[in-house]
Design a protein around this ligand. Structure first.
Ligand code: THU
Length: 125
């Protein structure tokens, strides 16, 4: 899987975000170890707290299709600031292993990191 392909997928799905309240559109593309890509966007709600972030949309789509082994996630927002994932999404991503690579892409820069770097000492049962 080419890195640019995953970035393109994240950009493409960010355009589908339902974000009438913040107007901040996020896209995530999750590559599984089996080579499939699951995408997700943020989906807002008039009851703000019910909003689902792009990253969790992608993870939930993948898991509900029987995929739980992940290689990499690209997170994109058309903003000058890096769309670093929120705490809730970090915890959800860490559920499936500490090795997940994460590439965060803005209109100005890119950051390559991992879930264990973004959330050391994640909660585990
Ligand atoms: N958002 C995400 O999609 N991912 C994050 O990790 C943080 C925030 C969304 C939620 C909301 O629709 C908008 O960005 C502004 O908070």
């Amino acid at each position: 899987m080419k890195k640019n392909h995953l970035i393109e997928k994240a950009k493409e799905v960010s355009r589908k975000a339902y974000a009438p309240y913040s107007n901040y559109k996020v896209g995530a593309a999750l590559l599984t170890k089996s080579g499939k890509v699951y995408t997700g966007c943020n989906i807002e709600n008039s009851s703000y707290g019910l909003t689902n972030c792009a990253e969790r949309t992608a993870v939930f789509k993948a898991v509900s299709e029987g995929e739980m082994e992940f290689e990499e996630m690209v997170i994109y927002a058309n903003s000058p600031h890096l769309p670093t994932p929120c705490g809730a999404c970090r915890q959800v991503l860490s559920e499936f292993g500490p090795e997940l690579k994460i590439m965060i892409v803005s209109s100005k820069e890119q950051l390559v990191t991992s879930i264990s770097e973004l959330l050391p000492l994640a909660f585990k049962l």
